[in-house]
Write a protein that binds this ligand. Structure first.
Ligand code: AMP
Ligand code: MG
Length: 418
């Protein structure tokens, strides 16, 4: 499964990959979990469909009116002059007109009402004139106008939603429109995570000299909760081989994926590499990016391992740019969407070294009607504050050697609409 050709050099930790290569490799290697369960439609929000949803009936189920007006037979119309039709009844949404609309007749009809037999066209009420039981229709109508045909949205038997689709608000409505109450979804992905580092203290304890609070587990809690995973928080693990080995082995028993932070940089804690080599097949990558250059990826037992760097911003970059898509694929999402990059104007100059891809934190805003991005202060890879102030990553490609005010740059927004 894992490309072992790189082992020939006996130095897998030296594999250097571009951001695109790393993402593709990770997506290509993982295979979706197979477990699934039936849940009530509302509980399916955010879940991934395990099987196609087939339309059990046409949507809409009947030909109906798209407007309030008069249902008529188009052949009743005179052509270039006004036509007088006698009004023979009313059709309401949910209360159909049971009779026939003959030539020379019209039925007053409301939006969503079933089109009466004999009618094929609806004339909006605003253009009509009513006089003592008759309606006058001006010329210029089109055959079939203002009607919605049975099966126009979905024909009975068609795939309404394909397996692999994530269920959002529109899908909830669509599933309900088919009268379906229970949905077959993939089980939730189980993701275990822990922080590594002797300097880390958990909140609630005082800080001893040289210690810092562990923030990565909280960021990961947020990221993985948003992903919809079942999360298993395994706490802080000191930089001790036995402790790391025991925690990894335990995590591999319960989780589909394990995320660690810290201890993957060059020269540091080499025992992590030894443990991973002993427990599974893991590659250490040097990614051609900033921040988030070191990363480990592979398998421990049956669990996929994502060894992210320790710096808090690097964690968010490696998670969003690499681990996330592999986790989505593991969850069963299909296809994995490309994250859109939008082109905006740089509001400030940005220094950059050519040769690697950089992710900066920025704020996109409209200035005098033009979309611009401004970077948010200190871009150090440990500075979460500038992450919190940002609403996007500014993504500078490998070949970029710096940005001037007014240059076009690409950004990746943190949030969508829903
Ligand atoms: P490392 O990758 O272990 O060398 O860590 C890189 C930097 O990130 C160091 O300054 C660490 O103190 C810091 N760091 C590592 N893990 C965490 C964590 N869980 N929370 C906050 N900072 C961390
Ligand atoms: Mg460390």
């Amino acid at each position: 499964m894992i490309d072992t050709s790189s082992c020939a050099s006996n130095a897998p930790e030296n594999i250097a990959l571009s951001a695109a290569q790393a993402r593709q490799r990770m997506i290509a290697e993982v295979t979706p979990i197979v477990g699934h369960e039936f849940v009530p439609v509302r509980s399916a929000l955010g879940r991934i469909l395990a099987a196609d949803i087939i339309a059990p009936h046409d949507v809409p189920a009947h030909d109906n009116s798209a407007m309030d007006g008069y249902a008529i037979c188009f052949d009743s119309l005179a052509g270039d002059v006004e036509t007088r039709l006698s009004v023979v009844g009313t059709a309401f949404a949910g209360n159909a007109f049971s009779g026939q609309v003959g030539k020379g007749q019209a039925v007053r009809i409301m939006t969503g009402a079933v089109l009466p037999a004999g009618a094929d066209t609806v004339v909006v009420q605003e253009v009509t004139r009513v006089e003592s039981g008759a309606v006058f229709i001006p010329s210029g109508q089109r055959h079939g106008q203002n009607t919605r045909r049975a099966g126009e949205d979905l024909a009975r038997g068609a795939v309404a939603l394909a397996a692999g689709k994530r269920i959002g608000p529109a899908e909830l409505g669509l599933i309900a429109s088919l009268g379906i109450a229970e949905v077959d979804v993939k089980r939730r992905l189980r993701v275990a995570f822990f922080s590594t580092g002797d300097e880390l203290t958990s909140i609630g304890n005082p800080l001893a000299p040289g210690e810092i609070y562990d923030s990565n587990r909280y960021t990961l809690h947020g990221l993985l909760t948003r992903l919809g995973a079942d999360i298993i928080d395994m706490g802080v693990v000191p930089d001790r081989p036995e402790a790391l080995e025991a925690t990894l082995a335990e995590a591999a028993l319960v989780a589909d994926a394990i995320i660690t932070t810290g201890g993957v940089s060059v020269g540091e804690a080499d025992f992590i590499k030894e443990i991973l080599a002993k427990l599974g097949e893991v590659r250490f990558w040097k990614l051609n990016i900033k921040p988030g250059r070191p990363m480990a990826f592979g398998k421990v037992g049956n669990a996929w391992l994502f060894g992210l760097p320790g710096n808090p911003v690097a964690v968010m970059v490696s998670y969003t740019q690499f681990a996330l898509d592999a986790l989505l694929r593991l969850s069963g999402l299909d296809p994995i969407p490309e994250r859109p990059l939008l082109t905006v104007e740089a509001a400030n100059p940005i220094k950059k070294q050519a040769g690697r891809r950089e992710y900066l934190r920025g704020t996109v805003a409209a200035v005098d009607g033009r979309w611009q991005v401004k970077t948010t202060g200190n871009q150090g890879s440990g500075v979460l504050r500038s992450m919190s102030e940002a609403n996007c990553f500014v993504v500078l490609p490998e070949n970029c050697a710096g940005i001037q005010v007014g240059d076009s740059v690409q950004v990746q927004l943190f949030e969508g609409i829903f």
